[in-house]
Ligand binder design. Structure first.
Ligand code: ZN
Ligand code: ZN
Length: 264
């Protein structure tokens, strides 16, 4: 059966169950996969760890707890695009060529960067920064920081495909690719690992360096996988992040050692 047809014929409860299984599996695979990959690369001295300071004692349990809530919201939230289809406010293309699917995915991923920058910048505004603080409690990021944020942030970031669905009839697999690619890119961003130390800070392959710098300084570099939104909006950070003193949080010269409140 056509996957889009299968999805629209599910009941609301089935959609939420499928969504929970989908986002739960994505998060576990992404977290474990990136942890294993960075350990393997570090052993082979390919690339380098960005910040070697120790994690806070309660960091991983907190990240898992907050992430479980995000998985719950993202998973059950799949009922929203399903609802748009039921109401006829959005429709899926019944078939699509490979070229069309590729073009749709490119457009959706560019939109993903625009959408993320806008919401992330809003989350750093005075009224919302206290909610975003949940994410910034991870000074040294881990792959498990990826979904570790306040439920309000999950709702803001999780609605990425809704607006595109209202203006274009996407193929089912183009839409399904968004959370998968987004998770992969987001896990890279929080990997605390510089995979390609020789590329420039604005290079697409330097996304983890850019987001590491955002967590270290908590201002600027609001973009997601690419640098273009920060370049356009003049919010890119230039200074190097503190890297690996192996001791306290007072390393570096870029304002990294303040309290969390001072850094948001
Ligand atoms: Zn982050
Ligand atoms: Zn932030």
């Amino acid at each position: 059966m056509n996957a889009g047809l299968w999805f629209t014929q599910l009941t609301a409860w089935q959609v939420m169950a499928v969504g929970l299984a989908f986002f739960g599996a994505l998060y576990l695979l992404g977290g474990w996969g990136m942890t294993a990959l960075t350990r393997m690369l570090a052993r082979r001295q390919v690339g380098k760890v960005l910040d070697t300071r120790a994690l806070q004692p309660d960091q991983l349990p907190r990240e898992w707890r907050q992430s479980a809530m995000s998985v719950l919201l993202f998973g059950t939230g799949m009922v929203v695009p399903w609802g748009l289809l039921q109401l006829g406010w959005a429709q899926l293309a019944p078939t699509a060529s490979a070229a069309r699917v590729a073009a749709e995915i490119v457009v959706l991923m560019v939109w993903n960067d625009v959408h993320f920058w806008l919401n992330h910048r809003l989350l750093h505004a005075k009224a919302l920064v206290r909610f975003h603080g949940d994410h910034h409690r991870s000074y040294v990021t881990t792959p498990w920081s990826t979904y570790s944020f306040h439920p309000l942030e999950a709702l803001m970031l999780g609605n990425i495909i809704l607006l595109p669905m209202l203006v274009h009839d996407f193929y089912f697999w183009s839409l399904a690719a968004v959370p998968v690619l987004s998770l992969v890119l987001n896990v890279i961003g929080h990997s605390n690992y510089d995979f390609f130390p020789r590329v420039s800070d604005t290079h697409p392959l330097a996304a983890s360096r850019r987001h590491h710098l955002h967590h270290a300084r908590s201002r600027g570099n609001y973009g997601f996988a690419l640098a273009f939104m920060d370049q356009l909006m003049r919010t890119q950070l230039q200074a190097p992040a503190p890297r690996s003193t192996g001791s306290t949080g007072s390393s570096g010269s870029s304002g990294s050692a303040k309290t969390p409140e001072g850094r948001r």
